[in-house]
Design a binder for this molecule. Structure first.
Ligand code: NOJ
Length: 760
């Protein structure tokens, strides 16, 4: 090694060590401060730290009189509230913080939580859409923007990322997660935790980072038949290999909080589940932050039939490791008595309070409780031009091209007559999705507005029909228009005269998200009919889909020549869609969930196990299939096209046999043989062919986003180690077993090249 290089290496090692020991010192110092404070606290004050209330009154106005708000206000003044959620804006947060800090005996600051799910006010695409980018840097940046805006508005803790793996398109909350795959989900979990909290432990104290929360621990994405809040009944294999890995990844990345979930696991509600919260999370994984319950989930244990009353529910939740009660109002009501009666050991309370105080110290709230309440910064950061640029960039990267027959796309920039049709084409609200509490209504750029920026084409617009009837809100059921087709004729007339028809159809933004389960995956309302009517007069259709989950659109898949999956892309929706349609951005997104052919296939996912009868080898009916529809998905996991074409060749392994511990090096060449510069997500899957427990037919174990200019080619290299080659047994032990493995590399989970090797 050259001398200068050696010095550099030593210096960087020294600085890494210094950073580590700084972090250790900070940790120790914080732990000491926590102990000092804990010793001063009464039992009531300790329990108060474990109590979280939802925002309750116009805090900067007069004190509330009567009802729930008055009770919460009184509790706040007594020091019986440790955290609040949904209070936002520097003015409001400063006002509640002032009560906690200046009017209570110990002046312990509140930690202020908020659902920053895909942005705060300037919204990025829904998380499922972001996952479709497979672009970890972009996802991290989009999360940083969210953290910046939220922290500038008084918030210091988000209830995200949602790391629930789900294979169930009927479940509305798939829009909040990263899709069906635990490997992709883990990588995205890390990117999001770092985006919110920063890269090092010390970063959490910065003013533009906030504490993250991995949720919902655990199994929530497996709600039976996709029905919200439903029973979860999964095997240990699924728990250890599919559900837990993204949570473990978030924990390893230093996530400071976890939220438990509404569901049962093996008959025990997650909130009262000490196997999950104490044995795995705080035990095996050594998590030293705190666990917040989901909304009223302590109380809901009564409905589950797991506790006879609020008192028993409280005891079970606290003993099982649920540290802070979100809106059950039970800890604050029951816990002091439970301890005084000797029914709950004070050690559980002390443990919870230590964890909560630790995170408050780490955020720097004790040094300056008003650090997130700088009105000037709020004005400067929230909605800044930089943030709009960032969410636009993320939105373009999230779009997936599903079909493009005869290169109908990209549209020509001039000389084309384009008819824009569809109830969502001029919608400025729906693209914001359902988690957009701080965004202004109707603040998205619509597709119409985005396309109008391309002025050299003749663009006409007809809605064709309304999607919904009446007002759509976060708390009400969406009502669809199923009868009014009075706009069809005008839309058909416009379509007739156009060279290309762009149709924007799909789900309403409030149709996915929490409590938005469906039993159909089609285009709601009269949209399918509108699509087919327009097709009769002009089949040159580009279908732009807006949706928060996989849809099943067999007719469109067969007839419509070009289909663009544009999800709900947030504030900059219309600009992103227009830039992709006009070819100013070449789409590179890939589906993070399989799209079924019909809803009856659900749950459908690529990393399934083999059956005993996977193929029709006997040429009769007795094999694993459906009699009425192909068993494959419409579009598989990892699928997505580009305006250019990529060719894969020369898949090679550096050896055919490996000793334990040796790295498996996989290389292949990829060439851009089409007419555009473009990006491709090269995907690597493995199969452990024979193992002590059945293994999936394929598992994603690596991917790389490769940018290739037209005519360019590159060699892509993947290294597989024991971290990728093993699996968890039914007791949660990680095993790497010798034997034959397959490696697959390709453009999606279905279209791959394969090689085999032997692990000795
Ligand atoms: C319930 C949801 O399940 C959870 O994800 C969310 O963070 C809380 N409500 C707070 O809004």
């Amino acid at each position: 090694m050259k001398k200068s290089l050696l010095i550099l290496t030593l210096l960087s090692l020294a600085s890494a060590n210094a950073q580590k020991s700084n972090a250790m010192n900070t940790k120790e110092a914080i732990n000491k401060k926590v102990e000092v404070l804990l010793n001063k606290m009464t039992l009531e004050e300790k329990v108060g730290q474990m109590n979280q209330y939802n925002g309750f009154w116009e805090v900067t106005g007069p004190a509330p009189k009567g009802g729930d708000a008055e009770k919460k206000y009184e509790h706040l003044r007594k020091g019986w509230v440790g955290s609040m959620l949904t209070v936002r804006g520097t003015g409001q947060v400063r006002a509640v913080q002032k009560i906690a800090v200046e009017q209570t005996r110990l002046g312990i600051p509140l930690i202020i939580g908020f659902d920053v799910i895909h942005g705060y006010k300037t919204l990025s695409p829904i998380p499922l859409a972001e996952a479709a980018s497979w672009d970890l840097e972009a996802i991290k940046k989009s999360t940083q923007v969210a953290a910046d805006e939220a922290s500038a508005s008084g918030i210091n803790w988000t209830f995200g990322p949602n790391v629930d793996v789900s294979r169930e398109a009927r479940w509305g909350r798939v829009m909040e997660g990263a899709g069906e795959d635990p490997y992709l989900g883990s990588k995205i979990a890390i990117a999001r935790v770092q985006g919110f909290q920063g890269d090092t432990e010390d970063d959490l104290a910065k003013v533009n980072t906030i504490a993250a929360c991995a949720k919902h621990f655990a199994g929530y994405g497996f709600a039976e038949s996709g029905k919200e809040y439903n029973t979860v009944d999964i095997s240990n294999a699924t728990l250890y290999n599919t559900v837990l890995p993204p949570f473990k990844a978030a924990n390893d990345a230093g996530v400071r909080t976890f939220m438990n979930s509404f569901n049962i696991l093996n008959g025990i509600p997650a909130t009262g589940n000490s196997f999950l919260q104490r044995d795995i999370l705080k035990g095996k994984w050594k998590f030293d932050g705190f666990v917040i319950t989901d909304w009223a989930s302590v109380r809901e244990m009564i409905n589950h039939g797991f506790a006879k009353d609020g008192k028993e529910a409280t005891k079970k939740a606290v003993e099982a490791g649920a540290d802070m009660d979100m809106e059950s109002h039970l800890y604050v009501a029951e816990l002091v008595n439970l301890v005084n009666e000797g029914k709950v050991d004070i050690k559980f309370i002390d443990d919870a309070v230590r964890r909560i105080l630790r995170v408050k110290y780490e955020l720097g709230l004790f040094d300056n409780p008003y650090k997130y309440c700088d009105a000037a910064r709020e004005k400067q950061v929230v909605g800044s031009a930089y943030n709009h640029e960032a969410v636009l960039d993320m939105a373009k990267k999230s779009i997936v091209l599903l079909k493009n027959d005869n290169n109908l796309l990209p549209l020509k920039k001039s000389g084309q007559k384009i008819a824009l049709i569809g109830p969502l084409a001029n919608d400025k609200n729906s693209p914001l999705g359902s988690w957009r509490i701080a965004a202004e209504d109707n603040s998205a750029v619509s597709v119409l507005e985005g396309m109008q920026r391309y002025k050299d084409n003749a663009l006409t617009f007809e809605k064709g029909a309304d999607l919904t009837i009446g007002k759509t809100t976060f708390v009400d059921e969406v009502v669809f228009n199923t009868t009014d087709k009075s706009g069809f004729e005008a839309a058909k007339n416009t379509a007739k005269n156009a060279d290309v028809v762009v149709m924007v159809l799909g789900e309403h933004g409030f149709q996915s998200g929490e409590a938005r389960s469906r039993t159909t995956l089609d285009l709601p309302g009269v949209q399918q009919e509108l699509l087919e009517e327009i097709y009769k007069v002009n089949s040159n259709i580009v279908l732009v889909l807006n949706n928060g989950r996989p849809l099943a659109l067999p007719w469109a898949a067969e007839h419509i020549p070009a289909i663009v999956e544009a999800w709900q892309l947030g504030t900059e929706t219309g600009n992103a869609v227009a830039q992709v349609l006009y070819g100013d951005y070449n789409p590179s997104g890939k589906l993070p969930m399989s799209f079924p052919r019909n809803v009856g296939q659900c749950p459908i996912y690529y990393n399934h196990f083999n059956t005993g009868r996977p193929t029709n080898s006997e040429n009769n009916v007795f094999w694993s299939h459906y009699t009425d529809v192909d068993k494959t998905p419409q579009w598989p996991f990892g699928f997505g096209l580009s305006y250019t074409k990529f060719e894969y060749k020369n898949l090679k392994l550096n050896q055919s046999e490996y000793k334990k511990g040796e790295k498996v090096t996989v290389t292949l060449e990829i060439a851009n043989v089409g007419d555009y510069d473009g990006k491709e997500v090269v995907q690597l899957y493995i199969q452990d062919i024979v193992a002590s427990l059945a293994r999936p037919v394929k598992e994603l174990k690596g991917f790389e986003l490769v940018a290739l200019k037209k005519g360019e080619s590159k060699t892509v290299t993947f290294n597989l180690s024991e971290k990728e080659l093993g699996f968890y047994d039914n007791n949660g032990n990680y095993l790497v077993e010798p034997g034959q493995f397959k490696v697959f590399v390709g453009t999606n989970s279905d279209d791959v090249k394969a090689a085999t090797f032997e692990l000795k």
